[in-house]
Design a protein around this ligand. Structure first.
Ligand SMILES: Cc1cc2nc3c(=O)[nH]c(=O)nc-3n(C[C@H](O)[C@H](O)[C@H](O)COP(=O)(O)OP(=O)(O)OC[C@H]3O[C@@H](n4cnc5c(N)ncnc54)[C@H](O)[C@@H]3O)c2cc1C
Length: 317
Protein backbone atom coordinates (compact mmCIF):
# COMPACT_ATOMS: atom_id res chain seq x y z
CA UNK A 1 0.00 0.00 0.00
CA UNK A 2 1.38 3.38 -0.92
CA UNK A 3 2.64 5.71 1.81
CA UNK A 4 0.33 8.60 0.95
CA UNK A 5 -2.77 6.53 1.59
CA UNK A 6 -4.31 6.81 5.04
CA UNK A 7 -5.34 3.53 6.61
CA UNK A 8 -8.45 5.30 7.88
CA UNK A 9 -9.94 8.72 7.45
CA UNK A 10 -12.53 9.50 10.10
CA UNK A 11 -15.07 12.16 9.13
CA UNK A 12 -16.23 13.74 12.40
CA UNK A 13 -14.31 14.18 15.65
CA UNK A 14 -17.07 13.89 18.26
CA UNK A 15 -17.28 11.10 20.85
CA UNK A 16 -17.97 8.41 18.21
CA UNK A 17 -15.21 9.41 15.80
CA UNK A 18 -12.56 9.96 18.47
CA UNK A 19 -13.38 6.66 20.15
CA UNK A 20 -12.89 4.87 16.81
CA UNK A 21 -9.65 6.83 16.35
CA UNK A 22 -8.36 5.62 19.72
CA UNK A 23 -8.79 1.97 18.72
CA UNK A 24 -7.10 2.52 15.36
CA UNK A 25 -4.30 4.70 16.72
CA UNK A 26 -3.46 2.06 19.31
CA UNK A 27 -3.44 -0.48 16.46
CA UNK A 28 -0.59 1.52 14.89
CA UNK A 29 -2.74 2.59 11.95
CA UNK A 30 -2.20 5.78 10.00
CA UNK A 31 -5.34 7.73 10.89
CA UNK A 32 -6.64 11.19 10.03
CA UNK A 33 -9.66 12.75 11.75
CA UNK A 34 -11.28 15.53 9.73
CA UNK A 35 -13.69 17.44 11.96
CA UNK A 36 -15.94 20.40 11.22
CA UNK A 37 -16.05 21.27 14.94
CA UNK A 38 -19.83 21.56 15.53
CA UNK A 39 -20.82 18.69 17.83
CA UNK A 40 -24.53 18.14 18.39
CA UNK A 41 -24.40 19.01 22.10
CA UNK A 42 -22.54 22.32 21.60
CA UNK A 43 -25.64 24.16 22.91
CA UNK A 44 -25.35 22.63 26.39
CA UNK A 45 -23.03 23.79 29.20
CA UNK A 46 -23.05 20.47 31.04
CA UNK A 47 -23.11 16.82 30.08
CA UNK A 48 -25.01 14.24 32.13
CA UNK A 49 -25.44 10.48 32.09
CA UNK A 50 -21.77 10.14 31.18
CA UNK A 51 -20.09 7.91 33.74
CA UNK A 52 -16.83 9.36 34.99
CA UNK A 53 -17.56 12.73 33.33
CA UNK A 54 -20.83 13.59 35.10
CA UNK A 55 -21.61 17.32 34.76
CA UNK A 56 -18.51 18.08 32.69
CA UNK A 57 -18.55 20.61 29.86
CA UNK A 58 -18.97 18.69 26.56
CA UNK A 59 -15.96 20.53 25.13
CA UNK A 60 -13.74 19.31 27.98
CA UNK A 61 -14.33 15.67 27.02
CA UNK A 62 -13.52 16.38 23.37
CA UNK A 63 -10.37 18.36 24.23
CA UNK A 64 -9.10 15.53 26.42
CA UNK A 65 -10.00 12.87 23.85
CA UNK A 66 -8.19 14.77 21.09
CA UNK A 67 -5.05 14.81 23.23
CA UNK A 68 -5.38 11.10 23.94
CA UNK A 69 -5.67 10.07 20.28
CA UNK A 70 -2.88 12.46 19.25
CA UNK A 71 -0.59 10.64 21.72
CA UNK A 72 -0.99 7.53 19.53
CA UNK A 73 -0.11 9.40 16.35
CA UNK A 74 -3.62 10.12 15.09
CA UNK A 75 -3.64 13.34 13.04
CA UNK A 76 -6.44 15.84 13.58
CA UNK A 77 -7.51 18.37 11.01
CA UNK A 78 -10.25 21.03 11.08
CA UNK A 79 -12.38 20.77 7.94
CA UNK A 80 -15.31 19.07 6.31
CA UNK A 81 -15.53 16.03 4.09
CA UNK A 82 -17.47 17.05 1.02
CA UNK A 83 -17.43 14.10 -1.37
CA UNK A 84 -16.41 10.45 -1.32
CA UNK A 85 -15.86 8.21 -4.31
CA UNK A 86 -14.28 4.86 -5.02
CA UNK A 87 -10.83 5.16 -6.63
CA UNK A 88 -10.58 3.96 -10.24
CA UNK A 89 -8.74 0.81 -9.13
CA UNK A 90 -10.38 -1.14 -6.28
CA UNK A 91 -6.95 -1.63 -4.63
CA UNK A 92 -6.55 2.16 -4.34
CA UNK A 93 -9.46 2.46 -1.90
CA UNK A 94 -11.37 5.70 -1.56
CA UNK A 95 -10.92 9.29 -2.71
CA UNK A 96 -12.19 11.75 -0.12
CA UNK A 97 -12.55 15.40 -1.10
CA UNK A 98 -12.60 18.05 1.62
CA UNK A 99 -14.25 21.46 1.52
CA UNK A 100 -10.86 23.19 1.33
CA UNK A 101 -10.05 21.44 -1.96
CA UNK A 102 -7.82 18.64 -0.70
CA UNK A 103 -8.29 15.09 -2.00
CA UNK A 104 -7.37 12.42 0.52
CA UNK A 105 -6.83 8.78 -0.30
CA UNK A 106 -7.81 6.17 2.26
CA UNK A 107 -8.17 2.44 2.56
CA UNK A 108 -11.17 2.87 4.88
CA UNK A 109 -13.54 5.63 5.94
CA UNK A 110 -15.46 5.98 9.20
CA UNK A 111 -18.40 8.37 9.03
CA UNK A 112 -18.97 9.87 12.49
CA UNK A 113 -20.47 13.16 11.40
CA UNK A 114 -23.47 13.25 13.74
CA UNK A 115 -26.74 14.97 12.89
CA UNK A 116 -28.65 18.22 13.07
CA UNK A 117 -31.88 18.55 15.05
CA UNK A 118 -34.43 20.32 12.88
CA UNK A 119 -36.78 21.96 15.38
CA UNK A 120 -40.39 23.03 14.74
CA UNK A 121 -40.53 26.63 13.55
CA UNK A 122 -41.96 28.17 16.73
CA UNK A 123 -40.65 31.56 17.92
CA UNK A 124 -38.68 31.28 21.17
CA UNK A 125 -37.97 27.54 20.81
CA UNK A 126 -34.64 27.18 18.97
CA UNK A 127 -33.03 30.03 20.96
CA UNK A 128 -33.44 27.97 24.16
CA UNK A 129 -32.29 24.60 22.75
CA UNK A 130 -29.94 22.95 25.22
CA UNK A 131 -30.81 25.24 28.14
CA UNK A 132 -34.56 25.15 28.90
CA UNK A 133 -35.71 23.43 25.69
CA UNK A 134 -34.39 19.90 26.09
CA UNK A 135 -34.24 16.77 24.00
CA UNK A 136 -33.56 13.94 26.41
CA UNK A 137 -34.80 13.11 29.93
CA UNK A 138 -31.65 11.11 30.72
CA UNK A 139 -29.33 14.00 29.77
CA UNK A 140 -31.11 16.93 31.42
CA UNK A 141 -34.21 15.63 33.20
CA UNK A 142 -32.80 15.43 36.73
CA UNK A 143 -31.92 19.14 36.62
CA UNK A 144 -35.59 20.10 36.04
CA UNK A 145 -37.23 17.51 38.29
CA UNK A 146 -40.41 18.59 40.12
CA UNK A 147 -40.84 21.64 37.88
CA UNK A 148 -43.77 22.38 35.56
CA UNK A 149 -42.70 20.55 32.43
CA UNK A 150 -44.02 20.67 28.89
CA UNK A 151 -43.64 18.07 26.19
CA UNK A 152 -43.97 19.49 22.70
CA UNK A 153 -44.93 16.39 20.74
CA UNK A 154 -43.59 16.42 17.18
CA UNK A 155 -44.23 12.73 16.47
CA UNK A 156 -46.33 10.03 18.17
CA UNK A 157 -43.07 8.75 19.72
CA UNK A 158 -43.13 11.81 21.99
CA UNK A 159 -46.10 10.27 23.78
CA UNK A 160 -43.79 7.50 24.99
CA UNK A 161 -41.23 10.13 25.97
CA UNK A 162 -43.97 11.79 28.06
CA UNK A 163 -44.08 8.66 30.23
CA UNK A 164 -40.40 9.16 31.08
CA UNK A 165 -40.94 12.86 31.75
CA UNK A 166 -43.80 12.02 34.15
CA UNK A 167 -41.21 10.16 36.26
CA UNK A 168 -39.43 13.49 36.79
CA UNK A 169 -42.40 15.64 37.79
CA UNK A 170 -46.11 15.31 38.55
CA UNK A 171 -46.83 18.54 36.66
CA UNK A 172 -46.53 17.58 33.00
CA UNK A 173 -48.46 19.01 30.03
CA UNK A 174 -48.15 17.42 26.61
CA UNK A 175 -48.81 19.78 23.70
CA UNK A 176 -50.24 17.64 20.92
CA UNK A 177 -51.16 20.33 18.38
CA UNK A 178 -48.63 19.06 15.83
CA UNK A 179 -50.06 15.52 15.92
CA UNK A 180 -53.75 15.99 15.11
CA UNK A 181 -56.40 13.79 16.74
CA UNK A 182 -55.00 11.59 19.48
CA UNK A 183 -55.78 7.89 19.92
CA UNK A 184 -58.28 7.76 22.84
CA UNK A 185 -56.37 4.82 24.39
CA UNK A 186 -53.16 6.88 24.57
CA UNK A 187 -54.98 9.88 25.99
CA UNK A 188 -56.55 7.68 28.68
CA UNK A 189 -53.15 6.21 29.51
CA UNK A 190 -51.54 9.63 29.98
CA UNK A 191 -54.50 10.99 31.97
CA UNK A 192 -54.29 7.96 34.27
CA UNK A 193 -51.00 9.31 35.67
CA UNK A 194 -52.14 12.93 35.79
CA UNK A 195 -50.49 14.08 32.56
CA UNK A 196 -52.42 16.96 31.00
CA UNK A 197 -53.03 17.07 27.26
CA UNK A 198 -53.26 20.35 25.36
CA UNK A 199 -54.46 19.95 21.74
CA UNK A 200 -54.29 23.66 20.82
CA UNK A 201 -51.13 24.34 18.73
CA UNK A 202 -48.25 26.20 20.36
CA UNK A 203 -47.69 29.63 18.77
CA UNK A 204 -44.74 30.91 20.83
CA UNK A 205 -42.42 30.01 23.67
CA UNK A 206 -42.19 32.79 26.26
CA UNK A 207 -39.52 33.59 28.83
CA UNK A 208 -36.55 35.73 29.75
CA UNK A 209 -33.16 35.02 28.24
CA UNK A 210 -32.55 31.28 28.16
CA UNK A 211 -35.36 30.58 30.69
CA UNK A 212 -38.83 29.43 29.67
CA UNK A 213 -41.83 30.67 31.65
CA UNK A 214 -44.82 29.69 29.50
CA UNK A 215 -46.05 28.81 26.04
CA UNK A 216 -48.62 30.91 24.24
CA UNK A 217 -51.16 28.83 22.33
CA UNK A 218 -52.63 29.79 18.97
CA UNK A 219 -55.90 30.82 20.69
CA UNK A 220 -53.90 33.27 22.87
CA UNK A 221 -54.08 31.29 26.11
CA UNK A 222 -50.82 30.90 28.06
CA UNK A 223 -49.75 27.71 29.84
CA UNK A 224 -46.97 28.00 32.41
CA UNK A 225 -43.96 25.66 31.96
CA UNK A 226 -40.39 25.91 33.25
CA UNK A 227 -38.79 23.54 30.73
CA UNK A 228 -39.91 21.97 27.47
CA UNK A 229 -38.89 18.57 26.14
CA UNK A 230 -39.12 18.13 22.41
CA UNK A 231 -37.48 16.19 19.62
CA UNK A 232 -36.33 17.84 16.45
CA UNK A 233 -36.35 15.88 13.21
CA UNK A 234 -32.89 14.27 13.07
CA UNK A 235 -31.00 15.06 9.85
CA UNK A 236 -27.87 12.88 9.59
CA UNK A 237 -24.80 14.55 8.05
CA UNK A 238 -24.28 11.96 5.32
CA UNK A 239 -25.09 13.84 2.10
CA UNK A 240 -21.46 13.60 0.94
CA UNK A 241 -21.94 9.84 0.50
CA UNK A 242 -25.00 10.15 -1.76
CA UNK A 243 -23.12 9.47 -5.06
CA UNK A 244 -22.05 6.06 -3.73
CA UNK A 245 -25.68 4.90 -3.45
CA UNK A 246 -25.15 3.06 -0.16
CA UNK A 247 -28.05 1.09 1.28
CA UNK A 248 -30.29 2.94 3.73
CA UNK A 249 -32.75 2.01 6.48
CA UNK A 250 -36.10 3.75 6.77
CA UNK A 251 -36.81 4.16 10.49
CA UNK A 252 -39.49 5.96 12.55
CA UNK A 253 -36.84 8.70 13.02
CA UNK A 254 -36.07 9.08 9.31
CA UNK A 255 -33.71 7.64 6.71
CA UNK A 256 -30.25 6.53 7.88
CA UNK A 257 -27.36 4.63 6.30
CA UNK A 258 -27.90 0.90 6.79
CA UNK A 259 -25.13 -0.60 8.92
CA UNK A 260 -24.34 -3.98 10.50
CA UNK A 261 -23.70 -4.28 14.27
CA UNK A 262 -20.10 -3.10 13.79
CA UNK A 263 -21.22 -0.03 11.82
CA UNK A 264 -20.17 -1.38 8.42
CA UNK A 265 -22.21 -0.01 5.53
CA UNK A 266 -23.03 -1.77 2.25
CA UNK A 267 -19.59 -0.58 0.99
CA UNK A 268 -16.96 -2.77 2.68
CA UNK A 269 -14.50 0.10 3.10
CA UNK A 270 -16.96 2.43 4.83
CA UNK A 271 -18.37 2.33 8.37
CA UNK A 272 -20.79 4.79 9.97
CA UNK A 273 -21.28 5.29 13.69
CA UNK A 274 -22.74 7.46 16.45
CA UNK A 275 -25.60 9.86 15.77
CA UNK A 276 -24.93 9.69 12.03
CA UNK A 277 -26.72 6.33 12.09
CA UNK A 278 -28.37 6.24 15.52
CA UNK A 279 -30.15 9.41 16.67
CA UNK A 280 -30.83 7.87 20.10
CA UNK A 281 -27.15 7.37 20.96
CA UNK A 282 -26.03 9.61 23.82
CA UNK A 283 -22.36 10.32 24.54
CA UNK A 284 -21.46 7.02 26.27
CA UNK A 285 -23.35 5.01 23.66
CA UNK A 286 -21.51 6.87 20.90
CA UNK A 287 -18.18 6.20 22.60
CA UNK A 288 -19.05 2.50 22.88
CA UNK A 289 -20.20 2.25 19.27
CA UNK A 290 -17.09 4.12 18.12
CA UNK A 291 -14.86 1.63 19.94
CA UNK A 292 -16.66 -1.24 18.22
CA UNK A 293 -16.35 0.38 14.81
CA UNK A 294 -12.69 1.32 15.27
CA UNK A 295 -11.90 -2.26 16.25
CA UNK A 296 -13.87 -3.60 13.27
CA UNK A 297 -11.99 -1.36 10.84
CA UNK A 298 -8.67 -2.37 12.45
CA UNK A 299 -9.66 -6.01 11.98
CA UNK A 300 -10.53 -5.50 8.31
CA UNK A 301 -7.25 -3.68 7.63
CA UNK A 302 -5.23 -6.43 9.32
CA UNK A 303 -7.05 -9.07 7.29
CA UNK A 304 -6.40 -7.25 4.01
CA UNK A 305 -2.69 -6.95 4.88
CA UNK A 306 -2.51 -10.73 5.32
CA UNK A 307 -4.47 -11.30 2.09
CA UNK A 308 -1.98 -9.10 0.23
CA UNK A 309 1.00 -10.89 1.78
CA UNK A 310 -0.38 -14.27 0.78
CA UNK A 311 -0.98 -13.04 -2.80
CA UNK A 312 2.60 -11.75 -2.98
CA UNK A 313 3.90 -15.02 -1.59
CA UNK A 314 2.09 -16.98 -4.27
CA UNK A 315 3.24 -14.65 -7.06
CA UNK A 316 6.92 -14.59 -5.95
CA UNK A 317 7.61 -17.97 -4.36
C1 LIG B 1 -28.65 20.09 23.32
C2 LIG B 1 -28.08 18.71 23.48
C3 LIG B 1 -27.56 18.31 24.70
C4 LIG B 1 -27.06 17.03 24.87
N1 LIG B 1 -26.64 16.63 26.11
C5 LIG B 1 -26.18 15.38 26.29
C6 LIG B 1 -25.81 14.95 27.60
O1 LIG B 1 -25.91 15.68 28.58
N2 LIG B 1 -25.36 13.67 27.72
C7 LIG B 1 -25.25 12.82 26.66
O2 LIG B 1 -24.81 11.70 26.85
N3 LIG B 1 -25.61 13.22 25.42
C8 LIG B 1 -26.08 14.46 25.21
N4 LIG B 1 -26.47 14.86 23.97
C9 LIG B 1 -26.30 13.94 22.84
C10 LIG B 1 -24.88 14.08 22.25
O3 LIG B 1 -24.76 15.33 21.65
C11 LIG B 1 -24.63 12.96 21.24
O4 LIG B 1 -24.83 11.70 21.85
C12 LIG B 1 -23.20 12.98 20.71
O5 LIG B 1 -22.85 14.26 20.27
C13 LIG B 1 -23.06 12.00 19.53
O6 LIG B 1 -21.70 11.93 19.17
P1 LIG B 1 -21.25 11.81 17.64
O7 LIG B 1 -19.76 11.68 17.69
O8 LIG B 1 -22.03 10.80 16.93
O9 LIG B 1 -21.66 13.20 16.95
P2 LIG B 1 -21.18 14.70 17.30
O10 LIG B 1 -20.79 14.83 18.69
O11 LIG B 1 -22.28 15.59 16.79
O12 LIG B 1 -19.88 14.89 16.41
C14 LIG B 1 -19.95 14.92 15.00
C15 LIG B 1 -18.81 15.80 14.51
O13 LIG B 1 -18.72 15.65 13.08
C16 LIG B 1 -18.56 16.95 12.51
N5 LIG B 1 -19.00 16.90 11.10
C17 LIG B 1 -20.25 17.01 10.60
N6 LIG B 1 -20.22 16.91 9.25
C18 LIG B 1 -18.91 16.75 8.92
C19 LIG B 1 -18.24 16.56 7.68
N7 LIG B 1 -18.89 16.53 6.50
N8 LIG B 1 -16.89 16.44 7.69
C20 LIG B 1 -16.20 16.47 8.87
N9 LIG B 1 -16.79 16.63 10.07
C21 LIG B 1 -18.13 16.75 10.09
C22 LIG B 1 -19.42 17.85 13.39
O14 LIG B 1 -19.07 19.20 13.21
C23 LIG B 1 -19.06 17.30 14.77
O15 LIG B 1 -17.91 17.90 15.31
C24 LIG B 1 -27.02 16.13 23.77
C25 LIG B 1 -27.53 16.54 22.54
C26 LIG B 1 -28.08 17.80 22.40
C27 LIG B 1 -28.69 18.22 21.08
Amino acid sequence: MQQNIWDTVIAGGGPAGLSAALMLGRSRRRVLVVDAGSPRNRFAEHMHGVLGQEGAHPGALIARARGEVADYGVELRRGAVERVERAAREADGLRIATADGDVLRARTLIVATGLSDELPDIPGLAERWGTSVLHCPFCHGWEVRDRRLGVLATTPLALHQAELIRQLSDRVTVFTGLLGALDPGIARRLHARGVELEPEPVAEVLGTGSDVSAVRLRNGREVGVEAIFTAGAPRPHDGFLAPLGLERSETPFGSFLAVDPTGRTSEERIWAVGNAVNPGANVPMSIGAGAMTGAAAAGALAGWDFDAAVRQDVEQP
